[in-house]
Design a protein around this ligand. Structure first.
Ligand SMILES: [Zn+2]
Ligand SMILES: [Zn+2]
Length: 324
């Protein structure tokens, strides 16, 4: 990723507080190149997890637990419900932990992610939506990620969409110069070391220990990262095309049970567009939302509060009734 230079004084007040500054054309090209290289590189590593030497059945539970930690707690809860929508509050240490888990999912800096998602809510499936799949599924799924969007290079865009988060030094530090990538790389090194360490601790031969380390790296890091990417992206693509609607929102959002199952709750996307602040995205008893269940658990032991209830605006409720 290219380094985004810090603004030099004098700068307007908004820019002074902003985490980003406009990049040059060549910096933007470099940025797109590295986005494509990172996404393609990760995908190219996935088949290596399915070779006789590397495929292991315990890779599946590792993948699912990894998805819960880094996908559900990091992206769903940290980046999405907590930072973007202020759907609940947690002790500072837990808030930081959710953000760090999100960073380890390699979906961009928290400020970049929140900025993009708030743009999506403001312009859902209309001009200005960064990733509407209305015209093309693939655009909404992943093409938009490695296509440069000038708006997210402008100071004004961050000042407009994430003013509440720009005062947070930790979030600014992660964003400036793409330092969140250092955190991501550190977690890869730590997880890989854990795998090889466990291999040498529990296996009697060096060959077995190395094999375990490689298997762990592929399943706990590579497959898990690519899996969390695609299920997150399915919320933007599939859940804006296929599924049922509880509410008459003005966008194309749908409740997609398959995506909800994979993402532990984010697939109830029509519910989410009808009540974006609500911490729970399941509005019917069968709309299971494990991410919210986790928050309820924390709330019961006093580790979560100000949990935003489901409040659907009357005009959307009325429109939905008219449709039935
Ligand atoms: Zn949406
Ligand atoms: Zn949202």
């Amino acid at each position: 990723m290219s380094t985004v230079p810090a603004p030099t004084p004098p700068v307007p007040a908004a820019a002074a507080a902003s985490p980003a500054a406009p990049a040059t054309a060549s910096a933007r090209k470099r940025r797109v190149f590295w986005f494509v290289a990172a996404i393609a590189g990760m995908h190219l590593l996935v088949p290596f997890a399915f070779l006789p030497y590397t495929f292991v059945w315990w890779g599946i539970p590792v993948l699912l637990v990894g998805n819960f930690i880094f996908g559900s707690l990091g992206i769903n809860l940290g980046y999405h419900r907590m930072l973007t929508h202020s759907a609940a509050k947690f002790p500072k240490a837990l808030e930081r932990l959710w953000v760090l888990f999100g960073v380890c999912s390699m979906e961009g800096s928290p400020l970049w992610w929140v900025c993009t998602h708030r743009m999506h809510h403001q312009h859902s499936d209309e001009d200005g939506d960064p990733h509407s799949p209305k015209e093309r599924f693939y655009w909404g799924h992943m093409e938009w990620i490695y296509t440069e969007d000038d708006r997210r290079q402008k100071l004004d865009t961050y000042a407009k969409y994430v003013p509440d988060l720009m005062g947070d030094k930790f979030l600014r530090w992660l964003h400036r110069g793409e330092k969140w990538l250092l955190v991501w790389a550190a977690h890869v090194v730590a997880l890989t070391a854990l795998g090889f360490g466990a291999g040498f601790a529990f296996f009697s031969t060096t060959d077995d220990a190395i094999q375990f380390g490689v298997q762990w790296f592929l399943w706990a890091v590579v497959v898990r990262t690519v899996y969390v990417w695609h299920i997150t992206w399915l919320v933007n693509s599939a859940s804006h095309r296929w599924g049922y609607r509880n509410y008459g929102t003005s966008d194309g959002s749908r409740n997609n049970w398959f995506v909800a199952l994979l993402t532990n709750g984010e697939g109830w996307h029509n519910n989410h567009h009808a009540a974006p602040r609500a911490c729970s995205q399941g509005h019917r008893w069968w709309e299971v939302d494990l991410t919210f269940t986790f928050v309820r658990g924390l709330q019961l032991v006093g580790l979560a509060w100000d949990v935003a209830p489901v409040k659907v605006p009357k005009h959307i409720e009325e429109k939905a009734k008219g449709k039935r």
